[in-house]
Design a protein around this ligand. Structure first.
Ligand code: PEP
Ligand code: MG
Length: 579
């Protein structure tokens, strides 16, 4: 039966393909008693399921060894294979099937419960967290038992027309970043907001995504044919042939539009009246730098380094971080690379820091111990990163960007730690070059009280994602208030334009690196505010460049000044559209 669902459009484009439910298979487990004569058959069914799950892990392992796949992927696959091979899990299940005549699924869930209960008792946080891996392994076997084995590896080579579309209740940024190594055509989730990091990663992957669908996970079945319209925020399930044809055509048109945009790669990013506008790239992982180069970015305006810390049990040490930063610098050649220091906490969780950085279980995670607050509370960990960034500066042009600053003393402490890192490097005879230090303006207090930023730092970068979240008190990850998350709210526009003006008055470089910078519908508004440095995902850069090339900056300044005087949201969006 065909039906459609609506949610928040977070990453444009069209994906057509089969649903892959990322499920909590546990919720669907049947429970029944076997007849004595069926026990042997059930044991065989269980053993076959374990063998299939283990083969799935085997093919995932070969995928994980492909160059460019994240290192943490193979560690996670190995760990899961080890858990699956451990008789503590499987022998217990066999015993339950034999002794209690439970069906295999139910026996598996019971045995898992016993094992994870023991894990809860562990003092050691690392061991306690392995519980999650056991649950995932059990889910894998359950999916096979329930006849829902999905082979991502096989899908990877499927025809273009047969995208794999992930359907989940929720995805963490850590889950989503793994899609970089698996060929996922698109995804939809029931929870989430437009500027959650999950959505941001989707845009960086340039795959269509819709979040906040509410009921997709319960209404869709594995292998259902889906159309994801990531531009309009629509999901069509089991579409009629006519609709499917229409969307296929639309998808081809979009692909054509994208390839036409490629002509702009070498063009100069300059307005009609001759204003040069720098377009930089936002990246999450070192391998994204290649894409930044392909689209002709002027540099990297935001390297979200926290993604290097995710999906792993150990923190990356100084050498590993240094290599990651150096590889980006090398890819970019003589272009500027802006490396943001660790912005962990809130929804950006790292297993290895779970009990240290304020995470989702903190009382108010977005207001908790995240970003620079966390780094200043953990100076040793921060120094490791600062030394790694400074060392990489010897190989190219690096700037250091500090997230979530609000207080003058945070600026002072950060600068003092940077000096300490330099001292340590001199002592250990490591080379480094001059590195400018900038601050993110993403807390309203910072935007309203720029003095210390202008006096003590070298550049500013406006993080509109958090600036909107904190100005409007709207959790950017919460779908239930997503309709109130408004980049065009007059208060938000005031903070952005005042920051740009204040920086320009003292000749300080200022950029916008939040999602507003990558939205071509807002390019002219930002140009009219005087912005000349934008940073966005590589996938958005050429569309924004096209807008720049069609803009008259002098005219826009006059028109945007008028818009900034308005305080009625409807009028503001009407006027912005007319730009
Ligand atoms: C922002 O807040 O706008 C930003 C660029 O940082 P992040 O999205 O990583 O919080
Ligand atoms: Mg931010």
């Amino acid at each position: 039966m065909t039906f459609s669902l609506h949610g928040q459009a977070v990453s444009g484009g069209i994906a057509i393909g089969r649903a892959h439910l990322v499920s909590h298979a546990m919720l669907e487990v049947a429970q029944y008693q076997l007849r004595e004569r069926d026990v042997a058959g059930e044991l065989m069914r269980f053993d076959r399921a374990v063998a299939t799950a283990s083969a799935e892990l085997g093919s995932l392992r070969s995928e994980a060894s492909v160059p460019g796949a994240p290192a943490e992927l193979s560690a996670f696959v190995d760990l899961h294979a080890m858990i699956l091979a451990d008789p503590v899990l499987t022998d217990g299940v066999r015993e339950l099937i034999r002794e209690r005549r439970c069906n295999a699924e139910w026996a598996m869930v019971q045995q898992m419960q016993q094992v994870v209960d023991q894990f809860d008792e562990f003092e050691d946080a690392y061991l306690r967290e392995r519980k999650q891996d056991i649950v995932q392994v059990v889910e894998r076997v359950l999916r096979v038992l329930q006849g829902k084995a999905r082979k991502l590896a096989r899908r990877k080579v499927a025809a273009v027309d047969d995208d794999l579309i992930v359907v989940a209740n929720d995805l963490s940024p850590a889950d989503t970043i793994q899609f970089k190594s698996l060929k996922i055509g698109g995804f939809v989730t029931d929870l989430g907001g437009a500027t959650s990091h999950t959505a941001i990663v989707a845009r960086s992957l340039a795959i269509p995504a819709v979040v906040g669908m509410q009921h997709a996970r319960s209404l869709i079945q594995d292998d259902d044919l889906l159309i994801v319209d990531g531009t309009r925020g629509v999901l069509i399930v089991d579409p009629a042939t006519g609709v499917l044809d229409e969307y296929r055509l639309r998808r081809t048109e979009l692909q054509l539009d994208r390839s036409k945009l490629k002509r702009l790669v070498t063009g100069r990013s300059r307005t009609l009246d001759g204003e040069d506008v720098e377009l930089h790239a936002n990246i999450e992982l070192p391998q994204d730098a290649e894409r930044a180069k392909e689209v002709g970015a002027d540099g990297v305006g935001l390297f979200r380094t926290e993604f290097l810390f995710m999906n792993r049990d150990e923190l990356p040490d100084e050498d590993e971080q240094f290599e990651a930063y150096r590889s980006v610098v090398k890819t970019l050649g003589d272009k500027l690379v802006t490396i943001r220091t660790l912005d962990i906490g809130a929804e950006k969780e790292a297993r290895a820091l779970r009990n240290r950085a304020g995470n989702r279980s903190a009382p108010n995670p977005a207001l908790g111990l995240r970003a620079i607050r966390f780094c200043l509370a953990e100076p040793q960990l921060f120094l490791v990163q600062l030394r790694a960034i400074l060392r990489a500066s010897h190989y190219g042009r690096i700037r250091l960007l500090v997230p979530m600053l609000a207080h003058a003393q945070e600026i002072e402490q950060t600068l003092a730690l940077i000096e300490l890192a330099k001292l340590q490097l001199r002592e250990s005879r490591h080379k480094f070059s001059t590195v400018e230090v900038g601050g993110m303006i993403e807390i309203p207090a910072a935007a309203l009280s720029l003095g210390p930023f202008l006096r003590r730092l070298d550049f500013l970068s406006i993080g509109t994602n958090d600036l909107i979240q904190y100005t409007l008190a709207i959790d950017r990850t919460d779908g239930s208030v997503a309709h109130l998350y408004d980049p065009l709210h007059p208060a938000v526009l005031k903070l952005i334009s005042q920051t740009i003006q204040s920086a320009q008055r003292v000749g300080m470089p200022v950029a916008v690196c939040g999602e507003m910078a990558g939205d071509p519908k807002l390019t002219k508004l930002l140009l009219g505010m005087g912005l000349r440095q934008f940073s966005m995902h590589p996938s958005q850069l050429l569309e924004v460049k096209q807008q720049v090339m069609m803009a008259d900056a002098t005219q826009l300044a006059i028109r945007v000044a008028r818009i900034l005087k308005l305080d009625e949201p409807d009028k503001i969006s009407e006027q912005v559209e007319k730009l």
